[in-house]
Design a protein around this ligand. Sequence first.
Ligand code: AMP
Ligand code: ZN
Length: 454
Amino acid sequence: MLKLYNTLTRKKEVFKPIKKPQVGMYSCGPTVYWYQHIGNLRTYIFSDILKRVLKYNGYKVKQVMNITDVGHLTSDSDEGEDKIEKAAKKEGKKAQDIADFYLKIFKQDFKKLNISEPDIWCKATKHIKEQIELVKKLEEKGFTYKTSDGIYFNTSKLKDYGKLAKLKIENLQAGKRIAIGEKKNKTDFALWKFSKQPGKRQQEWKSPWGIGFPGWHIECSAMSTKYLGKQFDIHTGGEDHIPVHHTNEIAQSEAAFGKKPWVRFWIHGAFLKLLGEKMSKSKGAISRISDLERQGYKPLEFRYLVLTGHYKKQINFSLENLHNSRISYKKLINIVRNLKNDKKQNSKYVKEFEDAINNDLDIPKALQVLWALVRDKKAVGKINVIKKMDEVFGLDLLKKEKIVIPSEIKGLVNEREKARNQKNWKKADEIRDKIKKLGYLINDTGDGAKLLKK
Ligand code: AMP
Ligand code: ZN
C-alpha cells in the first residue's frame, strides 16, 4: 500500500489512481533561459523517484513535462520582462535557439543523473492554440476581464481560490499596499498578455484579444489536459510553486473543466539550499552539475546526496556534504560489486525496503535498509534484493564500470605485447611494472591482455 503526502489535503493518503493501473503525472519543467542549477535538479530527482516507486508498485506511469519557453516573467507575478526574451536579447540570439540550447543541456543532466525522461515533453510555444482555446473557455464562463495589459483571471469568482496554499485572501488584500494597477484583486493573474509594441518581441501571436503571448500558468493547464485528460492523478513541482503557480493552475483548470479536484495528488519537493541561500538562476549565483564534475565529483554522488534527505525536508548543500556522500557511495559500490550472486532473494529486507519507499517515499530509510543488508554477515540473497532496490534508487549499484584507458597506457600495452612476441620477457616485465606504477594491472588471458584499475 503506497502512501503519499498530498499538499492539497495536508495529509498522508493511500494512493489510488483514477484508472488503475494507469497513472497520469504532470511535472512542472524548466524555464529554459539559463542552465538548471543543482537545486532545480533535486526537484527532478524527486519526481524521478516518485515515478520509479509507482512503477515498482506495478503502475503504468505516463509522465508529461512542460518546457517553459515563453511567458515566464522575471517576477512570478505578472510584471517584468519575459525571461527568454531577455536572455535572447542579452546573448544576441533567437529565442528558440536559447530555449533549445538550454533544453539540450538539461536533458544531458538528466542522463548523467539517471533521471528517466518523461513520456512526453511539451513546449509552451508549440501549444499556443490550446492555450488560447482555454482562455476563450474561461471567458465564456465569465472568469476573465480585460485590462490595458492583457486578459486577467478574476480570482474572486472562485470560492475556494488559494486552497492549495491555504492563502488567507482577506489578509492578502489588506496586507502590504501593493499597487494592483488595473487588476480587480491582488491575486488575479494574467492569462494572456498584450505585446506592448507589437513587432518588438521575438515571440508573439495573434489572438481574439490582440497580439501577445500567454501568461505563465496557462500553459500547464492547457498541456496537462491535452495529454492527461481533464482530471488526472499526480502533479509535482518544487515547494516554491505552491502559493502562486500551482494555486493559479488549479484556479483556471477547475473553473474551466468543472472537475474538483482537478488533480488528485499534489506532491511538492523541498528546496536544495546553497549556503543557506535560496539558489536562484536569476541572481546568477548558480552551481551546475558540470561545475561539480569539474571539481572531480560524479553526478551519481550528487544523486546519492539527494537521496539521503527526505524529499519534504530542505537540504543544505555544501561541498563537505557532497564529499561525505561520495565516501559513502564509493564504499557501498565497493561492497556491492564484490558480492557473489547466490540466486536467492532475501525477503525480510525486501519487505523492509518496500515499507520504507511506500511510506511517503522514505528513501533515506530505504538506504539504511540497504546498508543493513550489505553489512549483515548472515544474510543470503543480497544481490537480487539490491537489484530490486536499485530500480528505485537509480544509483547504478551493480553496473560494471567501463574503464576508459588513457592512450599512454594503451601504447605501453602494445609495446609489451610486442616484447612478449619476441620472447623478450625481461622487457615485458619492465613494461608491466611501469603500467602498474601508472595505476593499472595487466591480466594475461587467452583473449590477450586485460587491464584492471588498481
Ligand atoms: P524553474 O526553471 O525556475 O521554473 O524551476 C524548475 C523547477 O525547479 C521547479 O519545479 C522549481 O520549483 C524547482 N526549484 C527551483 N529552485 C529550487 C531549489 N533551490 N531547490 C529545489 N527545487 C528548486
Ligand atoms: Zn506548471
